[in-house]
Design a protein around this ligand. Structure first.
Ligand SMILES: Nc1ncnc2c1ncn2[C@@H]1O[C@H](COP(=O)(O)OP(=O)(O)OP(=O)(O)O)[C@@H](O)[C@H]1O
Ligand SMILES: [Mg+2]
Length: 582
């Protein structure tokens, strides 16, 4: 047992905790999704669980942690069969879980969330002062200096994820189960989490770790279990397998679709190296300077070098998007960014850097106090997401659960939500003025509302079917509730929605969050495809390799300012990490 964040509490004795699952089966609505899984978690072991989106990883975790009951099979802890009525019972028994979808309660404070239902008490009275101190210590160790009395709902997704992690590691427990804990974290934050996890391992905690970032698995885990379509493919010592073998096991016959497994392996190896360099960077006092380098992939309409201040140059058309001197509260200062038609630019930055806020400003979720956003040369006020849409700006939110999916709607409804089925045309990218663009957006809405229902239904069905096929969205029926989909498949659905909007400008936050290796490539090529059609694209990601894969140039944001602008050809992950850290 371990207790992170406090000293002097006695750990109950007894044998080292071991969790063993045998023959676990689970069906939903008559469809079996787990076909008898055996898995064993040893004390002091970090055991990775990998598999495609929808393979059954979260379902397995839900069975181990009392969120779901198995149809067959059983779970033993320390040799005794256990059955949990609910997650809290599992937590009390020493199984701590970080769920895939954030489970923090937005209206509660940081300290209330960290201890939810497990507050330290004396004779039933909660010792809040101690709780506060432990919450602050644990979060600090994870790299977050948080006010314990702040409402969690007011924090960004990555911060919320850290609160979720703190909640899992603050108490006493023998088993720690993590379902994609790092999907909103960047390399440095991941390294910090790893340090905590390694210490827990040294204390004898058994760790089950789910991640789609295979480099994390090979960096952290002792053993790896691969599941595919609800079947266990293998459990192996990390030292006895390699990334190629794991990818092939995950994808089975589909592994030929990942065109170059070796290339994927190389990228992952590079990323491990970058993470290590980032983690071991010390005493680096050199202040990175803002670099002015030429853009990488020059768009058809001609390239811009940085912020444009009204000089038309050789361009006939003004750029799709220009941000000039944009300020927002104390979170964004003097942001200058230009994106041309068909260009992809990347945003890098650590937690709280302003990366998220910049995306929010682009899509009407955050007020711009000073400076100008120009769309195709026309200064534009985007006060709410609806206005952004009317101007052809579509944003994919990083917060899938609260801002992305509509839980009460089915998969198809979620995907075709903003689809202009009546015309099937792209949002007004070529329109000459804002007024025209806004009008065209409204007209589309009116057409949508006014009927043409039959035509629309058919178009929507076709649109949905094609994006389901091209992105490989795994759902049993189009009218299945979106919440029944696996995390990665929900993400694909959100991406499909963005795609069907046919936008002029796409703002993508963490576009491949929780998506498996195969589908990641699909999303990358879809993004390339949009760029090819002339869409201006802003990608914000915690994964630097993702930015390097997609973007012609990468803007690094720190403390709300752009501190570097690096062309892809000249960028290295290590250097970008340095700019991010400052
Ligand atoms: N509540 C539910 N109702 C119906 N089907 C479900 C439910 N929960 C999961 N499923 C189905 O079970 C299968 C396995 O889903 P699961 O969430 O375990 O996948 P996963 O391996 O965690 O995938 P990801 O990497 O995308 O998170 C999927 O086909 C999913 O649609
Ligand atoms: Mg999952």
């Amino acid at each position: 047992m371990t207790d992170l964040g406090v000293k002097g509490e006695k750990a109950p004795g007894g044998p080292a905790p071991t969790l063993r699952a045998s023959g676990l089966r689970k069906s939903f609505g008559g469809v079996e999704v787990l076909h008898g899984i055996d898995v064993r978690l040893g004390s002091g072991e970090i055991h990775a669980l990998v598999g495609e989106n929808g393979a059954g990883k979260s379902t397995l975790i839900n069975l181990l942690s009392g969120r779901l009951r198995p149809d067959a099979g059983h779970v033993e802890m320390n040799g005794e069969q256990i059955e949990f009525r609910n997650p809290l019972a599992a937590r009390r028994a020493g199984i701590s879980v970080i769920a895939q979808e954030l489970e923090v309660v937005p209206t509660l404070t940081v300290v209330e969330n960290v201890f939810l239902g497990a507050e330290p008490t004396t004779f039933g009275i909660v010792r809040w002062r101690e709780a506060r101190r432990r919450a602050v210590n644990t979060l600090r160790e994870l790299g977050l200096d948080a006010n314990p009395d702040r409402a969690v709902g007011a924090m960004g997704v990555a911060d919320q994820q850290l609160v979720e992690i703190a909640k899992a590691v603050v108490g006493q427990f023998g088993v720690l189960i993590m379902d994609e804990p790092t999907s909103a974290l960047n390399l440095e934050e991941v390294e910090r989490l790893f340090r905590v996890v390694r210490r827990l391992k040294a204390d004898g905690v058994a760790v089950l770790y789910v991640s789609h970032r295979l480099w994390e698995v090979f960096d952290l885990a002792d053993r790896v279990t691969v599941v595919r379509d609800g079947n266990l493919i293998f459990t192996k010592e990390i030292a006895e397998t390699d990334i190629g073998a794991v990818i092939r096991a995950m994808l089975g016959s589909k592994s030929t679709l990942v065109t170059d497994v070796a290339q994927a392996g190389r990228e992952i190896t590079r990323e491990v190296a970058a993470a290590r360099q980032g983690a071991h960077r010390d005493g680096d006092s050199a202040q990175p300077e803002v670099r002015r380098s030429p853009p990488g992939r020059v768009p058809k309409s001609g390239g811009h070098q940085g912020p444009v201040t009204g000089t038309p140059g050789e361009n006939k058309r003004p750029p799709a998007v220009e941000l000039e001197g944009v300020h927002s509260g104390h979170l964004l200062s003097d942001i200058n960014i230009t994106v041309d038609d068909g260009e992809v630019i990347g945003l890098a930055g650590v937690l709280g850097s302003g990366r998220t806020e910049l995306c929010e400003a682009m899509c009407g979720l955050r007020k711009v106090d000073a400076g100008t956003i120009r769309l195709r040369g026309v200064p534009t006020k985007i006060r709410e997401p609806k206005e952004a849409l009317a101007h052809g700006v579509f944003a994919l939110s990083e917060d899938r659960k609260s801002e992305g999916i509509f839980g009460h709607l089915d998969v198809r409804e979620n995907v075709v939500l903003n689809f202009d089925g009546a015309s099937g045309r792209r949002m007004p990218v070529g329109a000459r003025s804002n007024a025209v663009r806004a009008w065209a957006g409204q007209a589309a809405t009116i057409i949508r509302k006014a009927g043409l229902t039959r035509i629309r239904a058919g178009a929507e069905r076709r649109a949905f079917d094609s994006s389901r096929a091209s992105l490989g969205i795994r759902c049993s029926r189009p009218d299945e509730r979106i919440t029944a989909l696996s995390g990665g498949n929900q993400q694909k659905a959100m991406f499909a929605r963005a795609a069907l909007t046919r936008p002029a400008v796409l703002v993508l936050s963490e576009p491949t969050r929780g998506v498996d290796v195969g589908a990641k490539e699909e999303i990358y090529s879809a993004i390339d495809g949009f760029a090819g059609e002339g869409v201006a694209i802003i990608v914000s990601s915690a994964e630097i390799s993702e930015l390097m894969r997609l973007a012609a140039r990468i803007y690094v944001i720190r403390n709300g300012r752009i501190v570097a602008r690096v062309a892809r050809e000249e960028a290295s992950e290590e250097q970008i990490l340095r700019y991010m850290a400052g």
